[in-house]
Design a protein around this ligand. Sequence first.
Ligand SMILES: Cc1cc2nc3c(=O)[nH]c(=O)nc-3n(C[C@H](O)[C@H](O)[C@H](O)COP(=O)(O)O)c2cc1C
Length: 205
Amino acid sequence: MTSHPDHHYHMHVLTVLDHPNPASFSAAAADAFQAGARAAGHTTELADLHAEGFDPRWTLADIRGDHGPSAPEDVRRERKRIDRADAVCLVFPLFWWGMPAVTKGWIDRVWGWGWAYDQLDDPERSMQRPRTGVLLIPAGAHSDEMAERGYLNAMSTAWIDGTFGYFGFTERSLEVLYGSRGSDARRAGLLKQAHEAGYCLKTPA
Ligand SMILES: Cc1cc2nc3c(=O)[nH]c(=O)nc-3n(C[C@H](O)[C@H](O)[C@H](O)COP(=O)(O)O)c2cc1C
C-alpha cells in the first residue's frame, strides 16, 4: 500500500456522519478517516447529523430560501461549515443501494439551488470554490457483487458525476468499505482503508 499525503497545503476537512449509533462501524470509519487526515497535517471537523438532530425534510421554507440569504437557520449553519472546508467527506452506510434519509436530506437542503449551483443544464457550473469530495460508504455487500450487478457504476454516475459535479468538487472519490458486517479482521482492514483515505486526501485542483 502506498501512503503519500499530498503536502501542497494544509486543508480543513469536514466529515459528515449519518448513523444513530456511536458504536456503529460507520462511526468507527468516520473516526479512522479523520485520524488519517490529521496524521497528514489537516484539521478536521465532524458534522454528526443524528447526534445534532439535523432535520432532513425539505420544506416550503427551503424553497423560499432558494436564491436568497433567507435559507432556514439550520441550513445556514451547515453552509458555514462547508464555507470553511477545503474537503468534504460523507460517511454513511449503504441503504438499498442508495443514501440513508438523513444524508439525502442534508444534500437536498444544504447544497441548494442558488447557493451551490445555478445552472440546471450545466452540472459543472457550480457557484462554489474547488473542493475535494469523498464518499466513504460501509456496505454489507462484497465488491464482485457490486461491480457485476452494476450497482457500483450506478452510484458512481449518480454521485460522483451527477452530484459532486454540481458542487464544484474537482477531486472526487468513492471508497466503498465492502463486507462491513464481516469478521473483526475484515473490519480492521476496512478501517485501515478509511484511515488511508484521510491520509492520502488530494488537494482540490
Ligand atoms: C435499511 C438497510 C438497508 C441496507 N441496504 C444495503 C444495500 O443495499 N447494500 C449493501 O451492501 N448493504 C446494505 N445494508 C447493510 C449496511 O450497509 C451495513 O449494515 C452497514 O454498512 C454496517 O455498518 P454499520 O454498523 O455502521 O451500520 C443495509 C442495511 C440496512 C439497515
